[in-house]
Design a protein around this ligand. Structure first.
Ligand SMILES: NC(=O)c1ccc[n+]([C@@H]2O[C@H](COP(=O)([O-])OP(=O)(O)OC[C@H]3O[C@@H](n4cnc5c(N)ncnc54)[C@H](OP(=O)(O)O)[C@@H]3O)[C@@H](O)[C@H]2O)c1
Length: 277
């Protein structure tokens, strides 16, 4: 797609900020959606529009004159998802959707089906666990050398938000991605306890994991004012299911789509040093 105008939902988020940058660097016009245009702190030449996925009446103005849309689903319920897709399909020619495991009434298979059947060119990204989740430990790391949590033996492949954004940018602007569902992972599998050790190595600190029972971890997360209460059981149930299932399988999709291997956790920590200090 050349001379496209691309609408980026969640442009102020972890992936969205990188995506806006990558799209501008490759010469594409970007319109960024946020619920708080006054505080979005995006680059001055990015068009910013107010929009709220929970309020469909705000979306028409966002979509006017748009060719392609990056969508993720930040809401905890999926009831409005089909209607949002209908609005997008009526205006745009292409959608790239970032799948979510955080919406109990919208399973992955349903997300895939709805997006690929919405009537325009479509790509679904299914990322592994975000490396940025390790910032949930940042308070503990600032306070000492021990990180307490449940399921320390749980293996994960953590993915850098910039790698997801790079894949999204290619799918939004290049040919050959229509109908694809891409499973995206980082380059390595690490248990949560190993992740803590790696973070410590990059920070130059002897960080270690201390195991809590699920209930202790639950109480800890519920008491954490920065962590949404509604997500505590979703997260812990997800971790329990992941531990009971097969170990994560790495994919080469990030490199195949972008031409560059995915970034390691070490690289991610190096990019986020200030967040741990
Ligand atoms: N964390 C993981 O391991 C993981 C793994 C797979 C998938 N995911 C999925 O990835 C997605 C992004 O998660 P994240 O934690 O990285 O969040 P994020 O994108 O960094 O932050 C949330 C973004 O969503 C926007 N937003 C929130 N509510 C909105 C609404 N009602 N209407 C429009 N925009 C809204 C916010 O924009 P404003 O505040 O500016 O409006 C913000 O930019 C989620 O769907 C999550 O389920 C996460």
């Amino acid at each position: 797609m050349t001379n496209t105008k691309i609408l980026v939902f969640a442009a102020t988020g972890n992936i969205g900020r990188h995506l806006v940058t990558f799209l501008r660097e490759t010469g594409h016009a970007v319109r960024a959606v946020t619920r708080g245009p006054g505080t979005a702190s995006l680059p001055a030449d990015v068009e910013i529009v107010p929009g709220d996925l929970a309020d469909l009446s705000t979306l028409d103005a966002c979509l006017a004159g748009i060719d392609a849309v990056f969508l993720l689903w930040p809401l905890r319920a999926g009831e409005r998802f089909p209607a949002v897709l209908d609005l997008i399909a009526a205006r745009a020619r292409r959608i790239v959707f970032l799948g979510t495991g955080g919406v109990p009434d919208l399973p992955f298979e349903e997300q895939d089906r709805l997006v690929h059947d919405c009537g325009i060119e479509s790509t679904v990204l299914r990322p592994s666990t975000f490396a940025v989740n390790t910032l949930w430990w940042a308070d503990q790391i600032r306070a000492g050398d021990v990180v307490r949590g449940a399921y320390g033996a749980l293996p994960m492949s953590l993915i850098h938000e910039a790698d997801m954004a790079a894949v999204a940018a290619r799918a939004l602007t290049g040919p050959g991605h229509d109908g694809a569902t891409y499973t995206l992972t980082g380059p390595e599998v690490l248990t949560q306890a190993e992740q803590v050790r790696v973070i410590g190595e990059v920070l130059g600190r002897p960080l270690r994991w201390a195991e809590l029972s699920r209930d202790q971890a639950r109480q800890r997360l519920l008491a954490d004012e920065t962590f949404p209460d509604s997500f505590v059981d979703v997260l812990l149930d997800g971790y329990a299911a992941m531990l009971a299932g097969p170990p994560p399988v790495l994919t080469s999709t990030v490199e195949e789509v972008t031409g560059v291997p995915p970034r390691s956790l070490r690289q991610w920590v190096a990019d986020h040093l200030d967040d741990f200090r």
